[in-house]
Ligand binder design. Structure first.
Ligand code: HDD
Length: 729
């Protein structure tokens, strides 16, 4: 019985283009004739077969019938959640072997490049909904390892709404459009969602995150990812430790403003999809570092919260995140449906060295993900679709089913067998066979939740306290918006009661915006997380006074702000523009990695004051301020006069100011800024180029202006421009 034992030799090291590019199904029609599905060359794809040129079409037309039949069946059910998404191929490399904590082969060998496919998504909206909904973002990674596929199916938020998977259908029914009129699309701002949340105190922590700017990423490339649950690492001595997974984006973590998000949804609902595609297409490959928080098994009970409770995170102050490897996305899919739509992730896709914990949310997910593919992808053979296939061979006794692709040789499809020389055989753990962690369990069967899961507010408060002032204000605004859309006053009041358990001032500010009062003695939230027979007095919510008052990693204000790579800058220009300063500022921004679009009153060429032809990338009709990170108005007497007279240009600048973006203008163009609503903010003396105030740069030295402008763009936003706020007493 010859069986390959050395894992490294079981497969040639694959590259990420082998995942789909070299699959036999890849269909490239370049230079080919058009055929039917049986390979018959088609002579006329324009006209159906008819009885006379004005006569009825004939049933005999097999070409027409084949084409229409296939079209009629093109759609598959969209994902029940995370329907809207975008994917990309890439590679992952560990920095140094993690063999002390896990025997996972792809985490043990720093010379190994593991292909990955990543799918980012929103949760609530349908497949065609806007990318910019206020929502959690999915962050699912499939590693094609030499020990089989490992899927890390996470989100851009490190905690979740619920503690037990049995509540997931309720959560999703509550947030999806209401069932009578299918309104609203891709939005949580409606009665059923807040009705549910207001009586589910375990969601308090997650609600703080979803109402924060984390739910409005500037780009998929600028968001963190989290595995959420506590998983288990196991090394080759069988020693286990707990692990939380993180993805840290090298571009930092950045978000847009809510008003901006709503506008982007109209101007470019594909904003995130386009951004990811364009970045990869232009060679600006998005990168994340994989982080792990490791907790030795003996420290399981050292925390104020339960490691098995997915509504809690481990603050980085308590257990630092070690950055252990890097993922680079470097190839766009060839075909959206074949790859991004048909990819099937599942938490149960693990490799030796990675195992589960008893987190009840995780345990339920282990059932749901394969089950859902049976409807979505139409049967049990979805693992044979090219994007889902592992890079290692698959051998077992599973057979047949809809759309089976494998042609299994031989007579045996059972185990044990001797007719087939006993193959395929089980692998010992030393041969890479997966053995579940030998956890000791001595328990009664019981439908209940551990009391260690009943502190719902401490970490919600920790999150709120960790936010900068502008971030706190945005949370207040988000809650005021969402609850303002709720029709039933009782729901708003219940939510105010719940918010007051997190932070009294937060509740007071939201109450003020809603024209309500915070209930003086809010009812203790009724505990709905217990069985009908349980005595609720035994399950009073508990509150720990967290030993940590704030955690720096929870605020996006602390993210690195030192790069303008891939930032999109708008130049507003017209005929007569000063090409010298325009070209100098443009060259400086491009060399720092930014993207510059010239926006003019119309498409085609504009003629500069030195008769240079400059191609307009966009017109004011096709562009919008919300699609850019910053804006510059170059000089040139005629150009400045045209821009000043262009209502769309003034609106462009007003919006950029409102959304706290960096704005630059040549001194000659000051009259354009004076036509905006923020003209009062402009300083009287602008002889030198400096960041004058709150991200506005004005100057006549193009080099200096470009330097200052670059620094301002790297700051991402100047939130302090927003009005100072006072919390009502
Ligand atoms: Fe889930 C999809 C992430 C809880 C059931 N989930 C899905 C996707 C992501 C997550 C990123 C999209 C994958 C893709 O791009 O194809 N889900 C999470 C996270 C959770 C979570 C981070 C909590 C920590 N999910 C969760 C629970 C259940 C599900 C508790 C059910 C009990 N999720 C599903 C699903 C989906 C799914 C119904 C829909 C499409 C799919 O699986 O393939 O099975």
């Amino acid at each position: 019985m010859a069986i390959k034992k050395d894992l490294a030799k079981t497969a040639e090291q694959p590259t990420n283009d082998k995942i789909t590019e070299l699959a036999p199904e890849v269909n490239d029609a370049t230079g080919q004739f058009m055929t039917t599905n049986t390979g018959l060359r088609i002579n006329d794809d324009q006209n159906s077969l008819k009885a006379g040129d004005r006569g009825p079409s004939l049933l005999e037309d097999f070409i027409l019938r084949e084409k229409i039949t296939h079209f009629d069946h093109e759609r598959i059910p969209e994902r029940v959640v995370h329907a809207r998404g975008s994917g990309a191929h890439g590679v992952f490399k560990v920095y140094e072997s993690l063999s002390d904590v896990t025997k996972a082969h792809f985490l043990n060998d720093s010379s190994l490049e593991t292909p990955v496919f990543v799918r980012f998504s929103t949760v609530a909206g349908s497949r065609g909904s806007s990318d910019l909904a206020r929502d959690v973002r999915g962050f699912a990674v499939k590693f094609y390892t030499q020990e089989g596929n490992f899927d890390l199916v996470g989100n851009n938020i490190p905690v979740f709404f619920i503690q037990d998977a049995i509540k997931f259908p309720d959560l999703v029914h509550a947030v999806k459009p209401e069932p009578d009129n299918e309104i609203p699309q891709a939005a949580s701002a409606h009665d059923t969602f807040w009705d549910f949340i207001s009586i589910l105190p375990e969601s308090a922590h997650m609600i703080m995150w979803v109402m924060s700017d984390r739910a409005l990423p500037r780009s998929y490339r600028m968001m963190e990812g989290f595995g959420v649950h506590t998983f288990r690492f196991v090394n080759d001595q069988g020693v286990a430790s707990f692990v939380k997974f993180h993805w840290k984006p090298l571009l930092g973590v950045h978000s847009v403003a809510w008003d901006e998000a709503q506008n982007i949804s109209g101007k470019d609902p594909d904003f995130h999809r386009r951004d990811l595609w364009d970045a990869i297409d232009s060679g600006a490959f998005p990168e994340w570092e994989l982080g792990v928080q490791i907790v030795p098994e003996e420290n399981e009970f050292n925390f104020e919260f339960d490691l098995l409770d997915s509504t809690k995170l481990i603050p980085e102050e308590l257990v630092p995140v070690q950055r252990v490897g890097k993922m680079t996305l470097n190839r766009n899919p060839d075909n959206f449906f074949a790859e991004t739509e048909q990819v099937a992730f599942h938490l149960g896709h693990v490799v030796p060295g990675i195992d589960f914990t008893n987190d009840p949310l995780l345990q339920g997910r282990l059932f749901s993900y394969t089950d859902t593919q049976l409807t979505r992808l139409g049967g049990p053979n979805f693992q044979e679709i090219p994007i889902n296939r592992p890079i290692v061979p698959v051998h077992n006794n599973q057979r047949d089913g809809h759309m089976r692709q494998a042609i299994n040789r031989g007579k045996t499809s059972y185990n044990p067998n001797l007719i087939g020389d006993a193959f395929p055989v089980q692998a010992k753990t030393s041969e890479g066979g997966y053995a579940s962690y030998n956890e000791r369990i001595d328990a009664r069967k019981i439908r209940a939740r551990s009391k260690s899961f009943f502190d719902h507010f401490s970490q919600a408060r920790l999150f709120f306290n960790s936010q900068s002032e502008p971030e706190k204000n945005h949370i207040v605004d988000a809650l005021s918006f969402e609850l303002g859309k709720v029709q039933k006053i009782a729901i708003r009041e219940r939510m105010l009661g719940l918010l007051s358990m997190i932070d009294k001032n937060l509740a007071a500010e939201v109450a003020f915006a809603l024209g309500l009062h915070v209930p003086q003695n809010p009812e203790q939230p009724v505990n709905h997380s217990i069985s009908a027979d349980a005595n609720s007095a035994d399950y009073e919510p508990v509150q720990f006074e967290s030993s940590l008052k704030s955690s720096a990693a929870l605020s996006m204000a602390n993210t690195p702000k030192d790069s303008i790579v891939t930032r999109k800058i708008a130049f507003l220009a017209a005929d007569g523009v000063d090409d010298k300063s325009l070209n100098t500022v443009k060259a400086a921004l491009l060399s720092a990695g930014a993207i510059v679009d010239i926006i003019a009153p119309r498409l085609g060429y504009i003629i500069s004051e030195n008769d240079e032809q400059i191609l307009a990338d966009q017109s004011f009709l096709t562009a919008a301020s919300v699609l850019y990170d910053a804006v510059y108005v170059p000089g040139g007497t005629n150009s400045v006069a045209s821009i000043e007279a262009e209502a769309d240009a003034i609106h462009f600048l007003n919006e950029a100011f409102k959304h706290c973006k960096a704005i630059a203008a040549d001194s000659q163009a000051i009259q354009v800024l004076e036509a905006t609503y923020f003209s009062k903010k402009l300083p009287s003396d602008f002889s030198d180029s400096t960041v004058l105030r709150e991200g506005i740069v004005i100057g006549d030295d193009a080099n200096k202006l470009a330097d200052q402008f670059t620094m301002a763009i790297a700051q991402h936003r100047f939130w302090e421009r927003e009005k100072p706020r006072k919390i009502p007493a």
